[in-house]
Design a protein around this ligand. Sequence first.
Ligand code: ADP
Length: 349
Amino acid sequence: MKIAVLNSGSSSLKYKLFLMPEGKEIESKLVEHIGEEGSLIVNHHDALDSLNLKYEDIDAFGHRVVHGGEVFSDATLVDERVVEVIRELIPLAPLHNGSNLEGILVVQDKTPSTPQVAVFDTAFHTTMPEEAYRYALPKEMYTKHQIRRYGFHGTSHSFVSKRAAKILNIPYDKVNLITLHLGNGASICAIENGKSIDTSMGFTPLEGLVMGSRSGDVDPAILLFMQRELGMSVSEVDTLLNKESGLIGLCAENDVRAILSSDSEDKVLAIKVMVRRIRKYIGAYMALLGHVDGIVFTGGIGENAVAIREMVMDSQLFASLEVLVIQTDEELEIANKVMKLVAKGDSHG
Ligand code: ADP
């Protein structure tokens, strides 16, 4: 069975084709600059056309969808209702769900009879208990406006935690892990008996760790100060927090390789701020879990930056933790989920 995986971002489209169940990657393509000034690729329709897919050879499509809200606790076959719900969730993830949905609709248009599956970044974290996902805000902010912590990077935390359980030879529903996805975006997850019980990203992927260009945790009063005292607009604050903060904000660079090879004061400090935040979260998650079977590093930084791993783990408290470095593969995890759902659909139909 051939499964195509699409990750439609606002200006890019990532595509991979897998032969399943072998999990063998047959093809991989990236279209960039969609809809940007001067680009020949005006929209996701053009982007998909430029991939020259042989639709008749593809048995199913899997789409990465960032926000599944409280509705989707697992991957789901796309139908009209699913399309509507993803659309309704756009306000919760304006940068992502719109373009994710665009990808689904374009494929539907090209090949209406091919099954499509949506795989949500939030789904893995729907097991969090209420005390983990509620903010200490007035109740109606949650009940009326859905303001709660959702968590993201779920596909990656799920993939590496399953691998880790296998390596440690512990049944997945018995394993306690702390998984660290450290890429340009970064999050950490506490997994108890194979279920996410807490994670550092919240209502949006902005909360938590120091990232390439995102601030992670800040005192929310700073945002009020920026607007009230510095006269910044909502969109200026949004851009500052998402695009101009994190490592970029601290040292004008977000490539950790470059930062590590420099001894400029700002760059050294940027790494210290990032590492300290990670260590605080690990300590907190150890307290929540009580017993930890392993700590997993993944993502571009987690997999490659040995120096960062050493700095993070340099604590007496962490000395007994088993450290695993596992390459994440979100596309393969999506293909696996698609295969399971499509196979199930076949057996019922
Ligand atoms: P994304 O979240 O965009 O998928 P990645 O998971 O690819 O990002 O991670 C990108 C980050 O990984 C960058 O900060 C990059 O500097 C870092 N990185 C990649 N390779 C190395 C390496 N060998 N040493 C240190 N950092 C690395």
